[in-house]
Design a protein around this ligand. Structure first.
Ligand SMILES: [Zn+2]
Length: 176
């Protein structure tokens, strides 16, 4: 397996905005391969490049139809509202019901440089928004409402002893 460790909250690489890919070349293809294998090993449904420490604007995902690589993604339009329980490989062991737009129109490029244009909703739309957040340096804990934050703090106090310093990082974010 060709994988890299997934960065967890507290690692500054997760809060930096990624840089657009200027040239979709063999190095980007190799990076995407490592991202896909890392995503499957976790396992997860999506992974952004900065989650393995690379500040490049691409993500991979698999909603059940095989792996897809999206380079330089842009969300063109969103519509509606959908609440879904969302977790993150970079915030291990926690998940929250989060409301976001439902329908998503995404554009980007595949590894051959061809344009990708997907209009979708629900699960796939949620993956797109979650991964786009990563590429903008935003973690899902920033999408929580006040009640969820309070609940998260409670959870963290209980889990701090067993989960160690990663959770301390999350505690900082939550204002402890
Ligand atoms: Zn995530």
């Amino acid at each position: 397996m060709n994988t890299l460790p997934i960065r967890v909250y507290g690692d500054p690489v997760l809060t930096q905005v990624t840089t657009p890919v200027e040239d979709i070349n063999g190095r980007i293809a190799a990076l995407a391969e490592v991202m896909i294998e890392t995503m499957y090993e976790a396992p997860g449904a999506g992974l952004a490049a900065n989650q393995i420490g690379v500040q490049k604007r691409l993500f991979v995902y698999d909603q059940g139809d095989g792996p897809v690589v999206v380079v330089n993604p842009v969300i063109v339009e969103t519509d509606g509202e959908w609440t879904f329980e969302e977790g993150c490989l970079s915030v291990p062991g926690l998940s929250w019901e989060i409301t976001r737009p439902n329908a998503v129109h995404l554009r980007g490029y595949d590894l051959d440089g061809n344009e990708i244009d997907i209009e979708t909703d629900e699960y796939e739309g949620r993956i797109f928004q979650h991964e786009m957040d990563h590429l903008e340096g935003v973690l899902l804990v920033e999408r929580l409402d006040e009640d969820q934050r309070r609940e998260a703090k409670k959870l963290l106090r209980h889990r701090r002893l067993t989960l160690g310093r990663d959770v301390d990082g999350l505690g900082q974010l939550l204002g402890e």
